[in-house]
Design a binder for this molecule. Structure first.
Ligand code: HEC
Length: 240
């Protein structure tokens, strides 16, 4: 306490003597006129207070961050598995656990049999599902997807003589034979989804809406090979 008081009075004195004119003006004060300097001290006191406030804040922040580090370190140290790491705890020896049976990701409850499985009452759906509207865009999308995923084997026109087949892969039947022309839309959807014989399924590569777009495009291909002049609009017949 003593020391602080000393320092304080020393400072006051210093300031008072720094401005000698004021010292004589107030004889009752041991240091002369201290009103002005006192105010100043009061002001600088606030500044100092603010400064020390900042300092305390910084120290607190530092403390908090180190505690945070500490927590993270603890979590880092606790027993945990790395991806695909072997486990001695689970019977199958795998640390990656399967989903609980019946788990459905939010928004993926695929109840609509027609749309997601191509079936209506357990039979292949005869038509496209109601969500699929046959537009030019849909057919163009189907064409694009077909050319990417199917034409390598089924060839661009669907006769089953794609490049992969020419290089020795099993030859699929033409989409233009009567049997396949007579197959319902749902059959094509299901073959794309689950595969057929030596053909692999494309459920992971092609999403449902695109599978239907491909089905619609295959229908277009089939129609194109059997179209008569009557199917062509009169206005463009002369161009043929
Ligand atoms: C890697 C070559 C390959 C690709 C790619 C492929 N297919 Fe196939 N597909 C085949 C073969 C081979 C068969 C015949 C399988 C068999 O009989 O064992 C077949 C069979 C089919 C059938 C059934 C025909 C029947 O006889 O009933 C359909 C429909 C079909 N494919 C559609 C598609 C569509 C649509 C795509 C594109 C999404 C596609 N395929 C992509 C090779 C392929």
């Amino acid at each position: 306490m003593m020391r602080r008081a000393c320092i304080r009075s020393f400072r006051l004195e210093g300031r008072a003597s720094a401005r000698p004119g004021h010292a004589e003006a107030c004889p009752s004060s041991p240091f002369g006129d201290l009103h002005g300097p006192l105010q100043q001290v009061a002001k600088t006191g606030w500044v100092k207070l603010a400064r020390s406030g900042v300092a305390i804040f910084v120290v607190l922040c530092a403390l908090l961050t180190t505690t945070g580090c500490d927590l993270r370190q603890k979590m880092w140290d606790q027993p945990s598995y790395r991806t695909y790491q072997e486990s001695e705890f689970f019977e199958d020896g795998s640390s990656a656990r399967p989903l609980v049976e019946g788990t459905v990701a939010r928004g993926f409850l695929r109840e609509d049999d027609h749309y997601y499985r191509g079936k209506v009452d357990g039979e292949f759906a005869k038509e496209l599902p109601e969500q699929i509207e046959v537009t030019r865009e849909l057919l163009m999308r189907g064409k694009e997807r077909y050319n990417i995923y199917c034409s390598v084997c089924h060839d661009p026109a669907g006769y089953g003589n794609g490049m992969v087949v020419q290089r020795g892969f099993a030859e699929p039947e033409s989409f233009h034979i009567d049997r396949l022309r007579g197959m319902p839309d749902g059959y094509y959807y299901s073959v794309i989804t689950d595969g057929f014989g030596r053909m692999p399924g494309y459920a992971y590569q092609i999403r449902p809406s695109d599978r239907w777009a491909i089905v619609a495009y295959i229908r277009t291909l089939q129609l194109s090979q059997y179209a008569t002049l009557d199917d062509v609009p009169e206005t463009v017949r002369d161009d043929l």
